[in-house]
Design a protein around this ligand. Structure first.
Ligand SMILES: [Zn+2]
Length: 191
């Protein structure tokens, strides 16, 4: 079952568009599908959450060319990881920067590595954006009771469109651990 990007529960069902058949009505009655109405549009969400009643799974494929992805995780007392992926003419470059905590007494030098992503990695990145529904996450996830701690942000920019930005502090959306794992894999960083 597909996890809801808002509440994290797995009671999500597909939304069916178009003129419903008798069978579709029966399926909706037993909660197997959700009827989405007759209008079929590219912006239609594809899934419905039975717990929080939100819809998700919009098609971002028509958003055009992916230009930039930026990911940060860190905090005042922790290690800081920055991943910058950007389109440079025909390929994507990834810059990974790793900084020690500001008050660190360790002697490790900060690192900065830049490399070109393989075609397979670029496909993986596109898949991640899609499958983790990142563009649809709540804009911010913040636990106001905790100061400092872990901060994070992700920015996704498609050519000619506004940057999609999500950020948080000590609170993480349902798909965050999957995103973190993917970013660690792409950057070859350990976090
Ligand atoms: Zn939900």
């Amino acid at each position: 079952m597909i996890k809801c990007p808002f509440c994290g529960k797995r009671h999500t069902i597909p939304i069916q568009y178009g003129m419903p058949t008798h069978e579709a009505f029966l399926d909706e009655q037993v909660g197997k599908i959700k009827l989405g109405g007759c209008i079929i549009s590219e912006d239609n969400p594809s899934r419905y959450c039975k717990d929080c009643h939100k819809t998700f799974g919009k098609n971002f494929k028509n958003f055009g060319i992916l230009e930039k992805v930026f990911f940060f995780i860190g905090g005042f007392g922790g290690d800081n990881h920055f991943i910058d992926i950007s389109l440079e003419s025909t390929s994507y470059s990834l810059t990974y920067r790793y900084l020690l905590p500001f008050d660190s007494k360790r002697k490790n030098e900060p690192i900065e590595q830049k490399r070109t992503l393989t075609e397979k990695e670029v496909a993986y990145l596109h898949g991640i954006i899609d499958k983790l529904y990142i563009c649809e996450w709540a804009r911010s996830s913040i636990d106001k009771d905790i100061l400092d701690g872990t901060q994070w942000s992700i920015e996704i920019k498609y050519q000619g469109r506004r940057t999609i930005k999500k950020f948080g502090s000590n609170k993480f959306p349902p798909y965050f651990s999957e995103l973190k794992k993917a970013m660690s894999k792409l950057s070859r960083g350990k976090f």
